[in-house]
Ligand binder design. Sequence first.
Ligand code: FES
Length: 205
Amino acid sequence: MSSNEDSTNENRSRRRFITGLTSAAWAVGAGFSVTPFVLSMNPSARAKNAGAPVEFDFSKLQLGQMVKVEWRGQPVVVLRRTPEMMSGLSDVTNLLADPDSVGSVQPTYALNAARADTDRNDVLVMLSVCTHLGCSPVEKLAVGPDPEMGEDSKGGFFCPCHGSKFDLAGRVYKNVPANKNMDIPPYQFLNENVILIGDDSARVS
Ligand code: FES
């Protein structure tokens, strides 16, 4: 084998290693709330950067657990909400700036209190981008007193940049810097456990 071939093979190995490290860093650093596991990484990183839809298999996500998946270079929350989390959504209606999401961005199938597909409304798929100036809010999934969310928190998301608060459907509270709910991207279920983020073209409703 020539020295050029040696060098090419070495470069390929190094690229594979660096790609592996990048994926792992995203999986750990971008917000497994409870148990880390390997993200579905389809399609390729290059395709994702170009805006291709991203598949995510949430079969290992337990009720009450959340993960952030990268789509178009932005973090997308995938959260399986418990019955307690779901009932908390109606408890906070009067505290919200836009409870019916009339001024917010979501597909029509997510224009409801849960801001989710009515057939699987426990599953929240939402851009984790604050509508004030674009920071990524921190998840506050526990129901109960929380230093940022308040004494009677029903769970939600807190933006550490300027203190905006959102409920567990990404709806913004009154009297905070943000004035819009967080965006819901297009998505569809490919089967019981797999969602496709960024493409809802095969939906029938
Ligand atoms: S960017 Fe979130 S409150 Fe300002």
